[in-house]
Design a protein around this ligand. Structure first.
Ligand code: ASP
Length: 310
């Protein structure tokens, strides 16, 4: 049994927004993941590859096209987790590491640590021989415009809250945080997430994405989970660990556990959603915002892509 789910972020997208480019990108990237899984690829390799592809795509808020902080700079967060033994790696606030998720995997596999931040994380990226870039590599015109608009309105925004976007986000490209969860043919789960965070965020602000057990989580005994939305509320909910605890200690079903954890996120004033796969291959894709870009492959092996209700 193989399963895969991807997300390209959650937010308050207008009903009429043109999402064709994002849908096509999710479809294309999911197709590559499906091939990898069919050829026996590990869930860890697949989620890393999916997130690298999404980081490379300027249509999403991760890697190239990541949103900008108050000073007009990208500060990127990413994490990856292996469901076999909860091995994990995370980086926060990097701006010179070409692929934050690849660096997160290197933290997991090539350092004795779990989490690196800022300049030290970028230095590790270089020391490990991973690709180094100037911050400009990540910056697009759309994100510059979004930052100006957010600063005019004096707000800090989820990357596709379209009220603050000019032009509307889907027309100009530029959508959400990205993530992937997978179950491979060997029965192992993995999760990865990457983001630029929030537009106009204070320099140094870190969201839920690189916080293991909040925005990113995987354990073969329960589920693989990648979140998107108001990071602070997902951290307060301890989203990944909360879903795991409900499943592990109370025998909850994946969909019920995710729904309850999302209620906690809402109670803390947060919006967003998650993609999740359990060890039996069940998939849950709940969100409490108007839209969550997502693609998934269920029992019939077909790739499905949806944004709002469909
Ligand atoms: N969760 C991300 C953060 O708070 C943002 C997002 O998913 O759009 O950094």
């Amino acid at each position: 049994m193989i399963r895969l789910a991807l997300h390209g972020g959650a937010g308050e997208l207008d009903d009429g927004a043109d999402t064709r480019e994002q849908r096509a990108a999710l479809q294309r990237i999911a197709a590559e993941g499906l091939q990898m899984l069919r050829h026996g690829g590990s869930s860890l390799d697949v989620v890393e590859r999916m997130v690298i592809r999404l980081e490379e795509c300027p249509l999403f808020n991760a890697g190239v096209g990541g949103v900008l902080n108050r000073d007009g700079l990208p500060e990127l967060d990413a994490a990856i987790m292996d469901g076999r033994d909860r091995a994990c790696g995370a980086v926060a606030g990097v701006s010179h590491s070409k692929s934050p998720v690849r660096l997160a995997r290197a933290v997991m596999e090539r350092s004795p640590h779990v989490m690196f931040m800022g300049a030290g994380a970028d230095a590790l990226n270089a020391e490990l021989g991973l690709d180094v870039v100037a911050p400009d590599y990540f910056i697009t015109d759309l994100r510059r415009r979004q930052l100006r608009k957010a600063q005019t309105h004096q707000v800090i925004v989820l990357d596709h809250d379209s009220a603050y976007d000019d032009p509307p986000p889907a027309a100009g490209g530029g959508f959400g945080t990205v993530g992937a969860v997978a179950l491979d043919a060997h029965g192992h789960l993995a999760a990865a997430t990457s983001t630029g965070g929030l537009t106009n965020k204070h320099p140094g602000r870190i969201g839920d994405t690189p916080v293991i057990g909040a925005g990113t989580f995987a354990d073969d005994r329960s589920a693989a989970i990648s979140c998107t939305g108001t990071g602070e509320a997902f951290i307060r909910a301890g989203f990944g660990f909360d879903v795991d605890a409900q499943m592990h200690y109370a025998g909850a079903a994946l969909a019920d556990a995710c729904a309850r954890s999302l209620e906690r996120v809402a109670a803390y004033g947060g919006r967003g959603g998650c993609i999740a796969i359990d060890r039996d291959g069940r998939i849950a894709l709940p969100f409490n915002s108007r839209a969550m870009f997502r693609a998934w492959i269920g029992d019939d092996g077909e790739i499905r892509v949806a944004v709002g209700a469909n």
